[in-house]
Design a binder for this molecule. Structure first.
Ligand code: ZN
Length: 150
């Protein structure tokens, strides 16, 4: 932990999203695409629901239980991708995964508060916690490609 004030700020953002999650709680309705993912090593359990109109993500809902990293990341992800075009959301997924793996990523791509998870690259054991929401997003967007399987 050598980020100093930046590290403190990042931790505050994560705790804020953990304690006051945005877009938490699932909706009922047939026009939602939904996936459920688990991370057995940590006990994280997440369901993600999105609505898509004309290739734009118009609604994002999530619910579940788990550690502060996974639950806050779901909240951050829901805010980051809300209203985006699907292809732009996919770019952010790729970029985010590179970032938390400690690989080269494009700092020009606006990832909103998701940038605070860059410190996870120093803690490989938390990688699955930081990515469960983003993997769920990737999967739910794949479902959207195949409407019959929603
Ligand atoms: Zn976790």
């Amino acid at each position: 932990m050598s980020y100093g004030n930046l590290e403190t700020l990042y931790r505050q953002v994560i705790m804020d999203h953990y304690k006051n999650p945005r877009n938490k709680g699932l909706k009922s309705g047939e026009d939602y695409y939904q996936v459920h993912l688990k991370n057995p090593t940590c006990g994280d359990d997440l369901t993600l629901q999105i609505k898509v109109k004309n290739n734009y993500i118009t609604e994002v809902h999530h619910d579940g239980s788990g550690c502060s990293i996974s639950m806050s990341a779901a909240s951050v992800m829901s805010e980051t991708i809300m209203g985006l075009k699907i292809e732009d959301a996919k770019k952010i997924i790729d970029n985010y995964l590179h970032m938390v793996k400690g690989e080269a990523y494009d700092a020009e791509i606006d990832m909103g508060d998701a940038i605070v998870y860059q410190g996870v690259s120093q803690f490989p054991a938390r990688f699955k916690c930081a990515t469960i929401a983003w993997n769920a997003l990737d999967k739910v967007l794949e479902k959207h490609k195949v409407p019959d399987e929603k």
